[in-house]
Design a protein. Structure first.
Length: 253
């Protein structure tokens, strides 16, 4: 992967963030929106969500996007989306909230049902962030976390794995090695490595099948340890064939 590829991906992300700012300019929460003062924040803070195009302090932003009980979550999400997207890319979201939480905030807003221009702006951002991550040797947010977030936001793994298969080279392969290393324990126990709202088994099968098919040659060329390659191979086995394989790593579940 060349420096030009990385520069192009970064430019696409910058353009996507600028597009979010333009498309969602003037958006506010619903005039009747409210939330619990005991568990979320003050009436004065809710009032800030009803004023367009003003920056929220980071604490308020990080309390707003994960809140599950807005009466009109879509309007709240549209209000905060340009700033929220930048904070996601910077890795400045609430450290106690995982990337699955961030993705589900998008999903609760049902952004894919928004008007075409709005939905396209969100989709472009998700794709641009993923490509910029895979082409960056040291992204602010690890590729594994970005993949979780965009999968939960979109409800599917398919386009993101297709992009990872298309983008080859050292940064993308290094991210693949790190992700497999992080996730192999859960996957060998037939568990998806994150909490998902729906289709957990289908997502696990799709991810595992893709890794067994697409990862070994890339990671072998990347120079990973044979032990990791064996663990990917074991993902393609089931039952006793997996547990009794001489390269079973001894995981206990």
């Amino acid at each position: 992967m060349t420096y030009q590829d990385r520069s192009a991906a970064r430019l696409r992300l910058t353009t996507a963030l600028d597009s979010l700012a333009a498309v969602f300019a003037g958006m506010t929460a619903h005039p009747d929106e409210h939330n619990c003062e005991c568990h979320w924040g003050s009436a004065e803070e809710v009032a800030q969500l009803k004023v367009a195009d003003t920056e929220l302090d980071l604490d308020l932003l990080n309390r707003t996007w994960p809140a599950p009980d807005w009466s009109d979550h879509a309007s709240v999400l549209r209000r905060i989306l340009p700033q929220f997207a930048r904070v996601l890319v910077e890795g400045s979201t609430d450290p106690y909230r995982g990337p699955d939480d961030a993705g589900r905030s998008f999903a609760r807003g049902q952004w894919q049902q928004w008007p075409t221009g709005q939905a396209e702006a969100v989709r472009d951002f998700l794709h641009a962030w993923w490509e910029a991550t895979l082409t960056d040797p040291a992204p602010a947010v690890p590729a594994s976390e970005v993949l979780i977030m965009i999968t939960e936001a979109s409800g599917t793994l398919t386009p993101w794995l297709a992009t990872w298969e298309r983008l080859t080279g050292r940064p993308a392969d290094a991210h693949l090695a790190a992700t497999v290393t992080e996730w192999e324990y859960d996957l060998l126990g037939d568990e998806l490595p994150w909490y998902t709202w729906e289709d957990e088994e289908a997502k696990r099968v799709e991810l595992t099948t893709w890794l067994v098919r697409a990862a070994p040659a890339r990671l072998r060329a990347h120079g990973v340890a044979e032990a990791l390659l064996h663990r990917i191979r074991l993902l393609g086995l089931t039952g006793d064939d997996r547990w009794e394989d001489p390269h079973w790593p001894g995981h206990r579940y």
